[in-house]
Write a protein that binds this ligand. Structure first.
Ligand code: PEP
Length: 248
């Protein structure tokens, strides 16, 4: 097996409250035994970053954010810069999640700017790519993903992927309970690695889309899958820890 470090990232999306987060964070940190070998990060909503930073401080679980502004500072009402996220202790930031591409109108060009802004601030971008169900049915999955990657590569250069993570998230599998089959996932991961050229062998590539304790082990057994980006399963302490243990 390759020597890439396994990574599991939890994306809380727009969920939680001070009280719910406290119990979730406590549930995760209290039952961490057996997951020590994995690299892990949690991505709470912006307003809860401080709370999570405090709860996770000194422990093995890193902090990430769900998105970042493409701008560095100034008159961008409602936006949060990479420097601010780094200031709060973030190590990672998700860019190009399909919910933001579809619902916040994030084009691949804007995603590329966000990727760049994240790296400028010293954060590790987790670049999400993935095809819709119609694109898969039309036989366009790899073409779609190749284009999403190429727009970013053109902006930042291939070398930038030495300090980045890619997450393959088929849109039809995110939050739907449907998971890509091991063959479908492995095909795309192998393709992404090839598209990244020489760096492909080193870049961590995560799978995301309805990963649960029951299917995690099978996905992590595949040679080109280095971990998972979790939505729903990251909101349950037992499920999150179980998946981290499967990756460790
Ligand atoms: C996600 O939102 O990145 C995700 C993978 O969600 P879920 O695990 O709920 O499908």
């Amino acid at each position: 097996r390759h020597s890439r470090q396994r990574l599991v990232v939890g994306n809380w999306k727009m969920n939680g409250s001070l009280a719910e987060n406290a119990s979730l964070l406590n549930g995760i940190t209290a039952h961490w035994q057996g997951a020590e070998g994995v690299e892990t990060a949690l991505c709470p909503p912006y307003v809860y970053l401080s709370q999570a930073a405090e709860a996770l401080s000194g422990g093995p679980i890193k902090l990430g954010a769900q998105t970042v502004s493409e701008y560095s500072n100034g008159a961008y009402t409602g936006e949060v810069s990479g420097a601010m996220l780094a200031d709060l202790g973030c190590r990672y930031v998700i860019v190009g999640h399909n919910e933001r591409r579809r619902m916040q109108g994030e084009t691949s060009d804007r995603v590329a700017e966000k990727f760049h802004a994240a790296q400028q601030a010293g954060l590790t971008p987790i670049l999400c790519v993935g095809e819709s169900e119609q694109e898969r049915d039309a036989g366009m999955a790899l073409e779609t993903i190749g284009h999403q990657l190429l727009v970013v590569v053109k902006r930042v250069g291939l070398e930038a992927f030495a300090r980045a993570v890619v997450a393959y998230e088929p849109v039809w599998a995110v939050g739907t309970g449907k998971t890509a089959s091991p063959e479908q996932a492995e095909e795309v991961h192998r393709f992404i690695r090839a598209e990244l050229g020489e760096l492909g062998a080193r870049t961590q590539i995560l799978y995301g889309g309805s990963v649960k304790p029951g299917n995690a082990e099978q996905l992590f057994a595949l040679p080109d899958i280095d971990g998972a980006l979790l939505g729903g399963a990251s909101l349950n302490a037992d499920d999150f820890v179980a998946i981290c243990r499967a990756a460790a």
